[in-house]
Design a protein around this ligand. Structure first.
Ligand SMILES: [Zn+2]
Length: 298
């Protein structure tokens, strides 16, 4: 016999007659399967709903992110404009530096650095044209190149200054009056003979300060017959100056003197016809007119 099931439906207030529904095992299985399918469908819907909610959240997050990006891009554009402005300012400065570099090089008589930044320098022979940096990166390269160039100019200027320090550019006395020039002249002690005057004379009272006309080393300081008290200084590059007829020498052989150092007081010692300073010079052992140092070399 087929197993049968029944369900009795009773109304809560007994107003209706109870009803009995009978069904077989097959129907029961169908009902259970239907219930399971229904439950499955509801579950799938719920899962789909959760997934959709999370998708919506993700989309909202992306929209917010994209809005933030747009704002950031706008800010970056402003920043790029600002940086471009700075590049322009640096270019103006580079232009000024290039002009100064060229001026300094001509003052120091240096060759122009040809190609601290070859990819940007135009022309090529001698003058370096002012660079134009297209970006801050290029500007940084240019500034680095000029920094190097300035270092070289600094070194050259130190060398130039050192050379200048050792060249006679000041007179040995501040208030002497040139009384006798360089070269052959009639003998100041009388007679018909002429003598070679190895220097120039500055007429000045005894005790007038005598200064080193350039930096150097005192190679002798002594009394010599004829010259009287004499100081001789070697300035390097073969240049030697000497100061004679002094009343008193203030430096000794071996002393290192700077340009303008007080080295003696003028006098009338040795073979002299009156109070004066005799100032002489030689280059590489050959006597020269000391005044030639002060003449313009142009
Ligand atoms: Zn003289």
């Amino acid at each position: 016999m087929k197993k049968r099931y029944s369900v009795i439906i009773v109304s809560p207030d007994n107003s209706q007659k109870p009803r009995q529904i009978e069904f077989t095992l097959t129907v029961k299985k169908i009902l259970i399967a239907a219930a399971a399918l229904f439950f499955l469908a509801v579950s799938l819907l719920a899962i789909a709903n959760v997934a959709q909610a999370s998708y919506i959240k993700e989309v909202q997050r992306k929209i917010a992110y994209s809005e933030a990006l747009e704002k950031e891009i706008a800010a970056k554009k402003l920043e790029i404009d600002r940086l471009n402005g700075i590049t322009d300012l640096i270019n103006a400065d580079l232009q000024a530096i290039a002009e100064y570099e060229s001026e300094i090089n001509s003052v120091l008589d240096l060759p122009s650095p040809a190609g601290a930044a070859p990819e940007l320098s135009r022309g090529g022979s001698g003058e370096r044209e002012a660079p134009v940096a297209a970006s801050l990166d290029e500007a940084a390269v240019q500034v680095a190149a000029y920094t190097q160039s300035m270092k070289e100019i600094y070194s050259a200027s130190l060398a130039f200054n050192e050379t200048l320090r050792h060249l006679p550019t000041i007179y040995p006395t501040k208030n002497g009056v040139l009384s006798s020039g360089y070269g052959y002249r009639s003998n100041p002690f009388g007679g018909r003979s002429s003598e070679f005057h190895d220097g120039v004379d500055f007429s000045c009272p005894i005790g007038t300060p005598v200064y080193a006309v350039a930096a150097g080393t005192v190679i002798s300081s002594s009394y010599e017959s004829g010259w009287g008290y004499k100081v001789t200084i070697s300035h390097g590059n073969g240049i030697v100056t000497f100061y004679t007829h002094n009343s008193r020498n203030l430096v000794q052989a071996g002393a290192v003197v700077d340009k303008g150092d007080l080295i003696a007081y003028s006098g009338n010692s040795g073979r002299s016809t009156g109070a004066h300073l005799h100032f002489g010079a030689s280059v590489n052992g050959v006597s020269v007119n000391p005044l030639s140092f002060y003449e313009s070399k142009d």
